[in-house]
Design a protein around this ligand. Structure first.
Ligand SMILES: Cc1cc2nc3c(=O)[nH]c(=O)nc-3n(C[C@H](O)[C@H](O)[C@H](O)COP(=O)(O)OP(=O)(O)OC[C@H]3O[C@@H](n4cnc5c(N)ncnc54)[C@H](O)[C@@H]3O)c2cc1C
Length: 465
């Protein structure tokens, strides 16, 4: 049997983060009619941060949060858990999109992270934070210059950053693939995402948010001047609604025009023994992104597992991009395990305990944006494109400020006043994504038409190449 087949033989298809006895009890579903000052739809990071910040700004505001399933069962209970200060999917992406505003976006990112830490402190949330920084690693010599450029950009903007040559990067994380690294130590690292969501849920409840789980929104319309949300067994009326439904809303006719719901995958190892740990080093426990065309990201957990992610797929049937049941398709995990083996061949005796996938709201911006409906009384905030753990707090704050028509200087910045490009409709979207994901998978190995294709996709607005 191959390494991939052996190592995945006894795997549990469920997120490691959610397989945890510390999960909080479920809040009751909404039954019957109610009203509120603000309704938040979606109980992931964005929805919970919105609820907390709305209550902190005005404790008297009556806030109802409804979640279709359990809190954290969307993307927020499923990520790699690498946390960054950037609110625009990294400095490089911010520079690509909004070069004029980059200084202000950097400042807002810092402020956002300080606010996040303040909430963790205030409510005593232990999300296993580890501030070892982020490490971007070059896979192969031809990527070294890209990593050096990343280092220079971060140094120019005052980050605490170090360029690592082959020996230095392998002394940090021992992979024979790593040819260089850019280690950014500026307030970034890793968290246990489910513990973070559950902590935010507790904080929201303590602040008086009325939270209903297993309460899917079934319709949303204006009735007699207020917004009316029908759920399976109830109805809630409010003047304002914040939609924090992430990739799930990619099934919505209008939101979908700019957002594609895609799936990404992760595998988690059994805890490493002391001797296995010694084979890889990784004493600083950075969150690591590599430069493979179909990128992999990896990190350690508190109990010494390796989390290894990155295997995108897109299904024509939109629900398969968000339905957790779709995570049992085995083939992509075999490919992910092979990539793990190439990265850490010295861990050929390791076994994987968990494998799972989750929905990503992908846009051409690769970062948060805001869609307004019903004359601005309904706002959708999202589109983090796989980079939303800390940014969701910022997305929630800006979404609320837009909803309340607040006079905030950041609402005048381009990120808040513009939208990402529209994406091709189906079936062209599906065809395009199939070709693109195949090109991403095989470009490093086979080259040929794949690189020009990825450049074309890049030119159309998706920064993939
Ligand atoms: C595999 C994977 C790896 C990732 N890795 C990282 C990482 O390392 N670092 C990082 O920063 N980001 C990462 N991300 C991205 C990050 O997880 C997301 O950006 C973030 O969780 C989005 O939070 P959210 O609250 O907007 O969405 P979600 O957590 O998806 O929440 C949306 C919620 O809305 C609910 N909902 C949907 N429709 C309805 C309805 N009709 N009625 C009521 N409720 C509804 C859903 O049930 C869901 O709970 C990753 C994502 C995935 C999938």
């Amino acid at each position: 049997m191959t390494f991939a087949a052996t190592s995945l033989k006894d795997v549990t298809f469920f997120p490691f983060w959610l397989d945890n006895p510390d999960a909080p009890p479920v809040e009751p579903q909404l039954i019957g009619r109610t009203s509120a000052d603000l309704v938040i739809v979606g109980g992931g990071f964005t929805g919970l941060w919105a609820a907390i910040q709305a209550k902190e700004a005005d404790p008297g505001r009556d806030v109802v949060l409804i979640e279709a399933g359990k809190v954290a069962y969307g993307a927020s209970g499923r990520p790699g858990g690498i946390v960054s200060t950037s609110i625009m999917h990294g400095l490089h992406n911010a520079a690509r999109l909004f070069p004029e505003d980059i200084g202000e976006l950097e400042r807002l990112g810092q402020e956002n992270m300080q606010g996040l830490l303040g909430t963790l402190d205030l409510f005593g949330i232990d999300a296993h934070n580890t501030w070892g920084g982020e490490l971007t690693v070059a896979v192969g010599d031809d990527q070294v210059e890209n990593v050096r450029a990343e280092y220079e950009l971060h140094a120019e903007h005052g980050h605490d950053v170090e360029f690592l040559d082959r020996d230095q990067v392998q002394a940090q994380v021992n992979s024979p693939l790593y040819a260089a690294g850019c280690w950014n130590r500026k307030l970034s690292g890793t968290v246990h995402p489910a513990r973070l969501v559950w902590g935010l849920k507790r904080a929201a409840l303590e602040l008086g948010v009325r939270l209903h789980e297993f309460t899917p929104m079934e319709s949303l319309e204006r009735v007699n001047g207020a917004m009316e949300i029908k759920t399976h067994d109830g109805l809630v009326r409010a003047p304002k609604v914040l939609l924090c439904t992430n990739a799930f809303a990619a099934g919505h006719r209008k939101i979908k025009q700019r957002v594609a719901g895609i799936r990404d995958r992760i595998i988690a190892t059994e805890p490493l023994s002391g001797e296995q740990l010694a084979r890889i080093g990784w004493n600083s426990r950075q969150g690591v992104y590599d430069t493979r065309t179909q990128l992999n990201y990896t990190r350690m957990t508190k109990d010494n597992r390796i989390i290894f992610g990155g295997r995108l797929t897109y299904y024509h049937d939109g629900t398969n991009n968000t339905d957790p049941a779709a995570e049992r398709v085995v083939d992509p995990y075999l490919r992910l395990a092979e990539a793990f083996h190439e990265t850490f061949p010295q861990l050929d005796d390791i076994r994987f305990s968990h494998a799972w996938s989750g929905p990503i709201a992908l846009t051409t911006r690769m970062a948060v944006h805001f869609q307004e409906y019903h004359q601005g009384d309904v706002i959708w905030a999202g589109g983090y494109s796989g980079f939303g753990i800390s940014t969701s707090r910022f997305g929630a704050r800006v979404g609320l400020a837009k909803l309340d028509r607040a006079d905030l200087p950041e609402l005048k910045l381009d990120f808040a006043t513009t939208m990402p490009n529209r994406i091709l409709p189906e079936p062209f979207r599906w065809i395009g994504s199939k070709i693109t994901l195949y090109a991403l998978d095989t470009a490093d190995e086979k080259g040929g038409w794949r690189r020009p294709w990825l450049k074309l996709v890049d030119a159309m607005g998706f920064p993939l190449s």
